[in-house]
Every structure is written in structure tokens, then in C-alpha cells.
Design a binder for this molecule. Structure first.
Ligand code: FES
Ligand code: FE
Length: 397
């Protein structure tokens, strides 16, 4: 990762014409990514725990669109949450007949599966408007104990399993999850998650890391495999001498380093054996990211995922999922560990440090440094994958 002169080499996007302060970058080199403030269409997004979606309609916002979710006959349905009559949210309504939802205002009643106006209760059974109005619907599915909604452009939704991390589709897993609405653009959250530099410094004070050492810096390269890009740790430096300043590290006598042979797997400080399902994936690096903003951090006995779900340009859902591939009675320790402390230390205090940074990030402009190669490669992945998929402006209809 060093240039021929030995000087640090920073990956830069191609130059665009127009004045720019030397060394500073805006996002115009990734026009589709830049336009995707409210997210990319054409993907499935997790929006709520399955247990929260009942027969009572609920509103969620996804890519700036208000969506009503309701469960009927065990199946979750998603409809645009604006009654076409006078614009009242359908989520204020109720189910009056099986397979339908009725608007709270004048009782327009829509089929949940197809959005067709089946009845206008206050205009009687022969209301001539019936069958002439169709409310937009969204594909919905349930995976990992959550409801997922597809936001697209009217094309058939691809199977959700094509978008989930492959190992979660192919192997049974137990999961612990946290869903939290957070302030800040979803891209800042994703960039923070995949950012190679921050964990070693920002998270050095996290209780989750209290008994685990962090290197000062790494030599890293980014490798693409399939739809994922991986951070491959080539070398870790546990101490560093900064000329004229002194040495710096985040070591302490009570902190453990990972075994030398697990450089490219997350450091939990103790495990030397890697779960066979995780080992079989042969991940080239412990941190990877894929579209539309899915982070995967691989530890020896579990995998942690973060889904950054665009609510609108200023807010996102943080969906943290921890998965363990044990079977039967061997899942018990995972539940005890997750509910006992992982939920509070990792999905809680550790992740709150990321939340803090995402809230106060203010870019572009920005001046990037060598570890930001990870961030640049993520933007390139998004740009190359997503032409024309940025969220469209609200139609207000
Ligand atoms: Fe929905 Fe009138 S606004 S029925
Ligand atoms: Fe972090």
C-alpha cells in the first residue's frame, strides 16, 4: 500500500473538472452514490421485528416512502401508507374484512394482496368507484425474525435469499438482533461500519474491547469476491513510534491479543477454534460489505451483521444481527451470552460510539487518508452496481 517513493499512497477517485481545493474531495466522482441520499431502490430492507407487526396496521418509512405494514392470516402485507381519497395514512385504519384494510376516514377498503379498492363503505355496496382505484403495494417477506420490504420500480422483486448473506441462507442459525432508529445519513453509517481506521482508535475505550487488544494500524488491501468486498489484513502493528512524539499503543497487561493465525478473523481475545460453518466460508478478510449497505464482521464463533436501512436523507435504521451456527442444546450458551452482555456491550455501548460519530459526520468536503481506501472501494462498489437506482423524489401521490 505504499507508492514507489515509499510515501503513503491514497486511492483517489478520478478527477473531475471544476475548481476544487487541493487534496479535498466531494462525491461527484460517484454521481449515483451521491444522488442516493435516501437510499437505493431495487433492494430488500429489514424494517421491523416480525413480532411487532400484528393485525393492527403500523407505519414505517423506507427510502422516504411511508409504508403501512399489517399481518393478516399470518402473512405480512405492505401498502403505500396514503389513502388516495384524501391522503390520510392507511395505518390509522383497521381490518374490517379478512384480507383487507379500511381507511379510518371514509372506510375505503383495499385488498391487502393487490391493493385493489374492494369497497367504499360509506358509499354502499354498489359504489361505482370500486375496482377503479389500486393502491400501490410492496413485496414483503420475513427472514431472521424480521420483516423485510422490497422497494423497486414495479419490476418483479428478486428472491430475498439472493440478497441475504449466503451463509445465513445455507445454514440454520440462531440470531440476536437490535433495531434502532438513528440520526444521520445511511451512507455515513455504512462508511463508518466499513471504515478501516476508526475501530482501532474510537473503540479502544469500549467495554466490549476492555480485555482485547487493538493494533495501532494495519496494512490492508481490499479484495472483491462475488458481491462482497473484503478488508484483508496483511500486517498488524501493535505498537508504533511516532517520530518526535513518542510511542503509542492501546495495550495493557490485562488485554489479550488474538492468536497469530487468526489475523483475518475478528478478535474475541480467547477463542482459538473457528466454528466449522464459519471456517467453511473461507472468508478472505474479517470485515466485508455488500449492497445495499450490509456489513459483515466475522468472529471465530459468530458473525455480526449490520444493515444500514435508509429511512430518509437524515435518518436510518441500524439493524445489528449476531448469528451463531450452533445446533440444539449448544445454542444455549449463545443466548445466555447475547442476552447477558453482548446485547448491552456490543450492540449497545460499542455501537453507540459509531452512532455518535455518524450523527456528527459532516462530509463532503473531506480529505481522505490511506485507510480510507476501504471507504473508497465501498463507494465504487455502490457506484458500479447501482446506476439509476437512487431513491426517486417523493411523488406526493
Ligand atoms: Fe381514506 Fe377518505 S381519506 S377513505
Ligand atoms: Fe465502529
Amino acid at each position: 500500500m505504499r507508492g514507489e517513493s515509499g510515501a503513503p499512497e491514497v486511492s483517489s477517485p478520478p478527477r473531475r473538472s471544476g475548481p476544487r481545493e487541493p487534496g479535498r474531495q466531494d462525491w461527484s466522482s460517484w454521481p449515483h452514490y451521491q444522488a442516493a441520499a435516501s437510499g437505493f431502490r431495487g433492494y430488500w430492507y429489514p424494517v421491523a421485528f416480525s413480532s411487532r407487526i400484528t393485525g393492527r396496521p403500523t407505519q414505517v418509512t423506507l427510502l422516504g416512502e411511508k409504508i403501512m405494514l399489517v399481518r393478516d392470516g399470518g402473512t405480512v402485507f405492505a401498502l403505500k401508507d396514503r389513502c388516495p381519497h384524501r391522503g390520510v395514512p392507511l395505518s390509522e385504519g383497521k381490518r374490517q374484512f379478512p384480507g383487507t384494510v379500511s381507511c379510518a376516514y371514509h372506510g375505503w377498503t383495499f385488498g391487502l394482496a393487490d391493493g385493489e379498492l374492494k369497497a367504499a363503505i360509506t358509499d354502499g355496496p354498489a359504489s361505482p368507484i370500486c375496482g377503479k382505484v389500486r393502491q400501490p403495494t410492496y413485496p414483503a417477506a420475513e427472514r431472521l425474525g424480521m420483516v423485510w420490504v422490497y422497494v423497486g420500480e414495479g419490476e418483479d422483486a428478486p428472491p430475498i435469499d439472493e440478497q441475504l448473506p449466503e451463509e445465513l441462507v445455507d445454514n440454520p442459525a440462531v440470531v440476536g438482533a437490535r433495531i434502532q432508529r438513528r440520526t444521520g445519513n445511511w451512507r455515513f453509517a455504512c462508511e463508518n461500519g466499513y471504515d478501516e481506521g476508526h475501530a482501532k482508535y474510537l473503540h479502544r475505550t469500549a467495554l466490549w474491547r476492555v480485555f482485547k487488544s487493538m493494533p495501532v494500524w494495519n496494512e490492508t488491501r481490499i479484495e472483491r469476491r462475488g458481491r462482497w468486498i473484503y478488508r484483508v489484513q496483511e500486517k498488524q502493528y501493535w505498537d508504533a513510534d511516532f517520530p518526535g512524539l513518542g510511542t503509542w499503543n492501546s495495550q495493557a497487561w490485562y488485554k489479550q491479543r488474538p492468536p497469530k493465525d487468526v489475523t483475518n478473523i475478528g478478535n474475541t481475545g480467547s477463542h482459538r477454534e473457528v466454528d466449522p460453518v464459519i471456517a467453511a466460508q473461507e472468508f478472505p478478510g474479517f470485515a466485508s460489505v455488500s449492497m445495499p449497505g450490509v456489513l459483515r464482521i466475522v468472529y471465530p464463533t459468530f458473525i455480526h451483521y449490520e444493515f444500514y436501512v435508509p429511512i430518509d436523507a437524515e435518518h436510518h435504521l441500524y439493524v445489528g444481527v449476531m448469528a451463531n451456527f450452533s445446533r440444539g442444546i449448544r445454542t444455549l450458551p449463545f443466548y445466555v451470552k447475547y442476552l447477558g452482555f453482548v446485547r448491552w456491550l456490543f450492540h449497545g455501548q460499542f455501537s453507540a460510539q459509531d452512532k455518535w460519530m455518524v450523527e456528527i459526520t459532516d462530509a463532503p468536503p473531506e480529505k481522505l487518508y490511506r485507510p480510507d481506501d476501504s471507504l473508497l472501494k465501498w463507494r465504487k462498489l455502490a457506484e458500479d452496481t447501482c446506476e439509476g437506482r437512487a431513491a426517486r423524489p417523493k411523488d406526493g401521490g
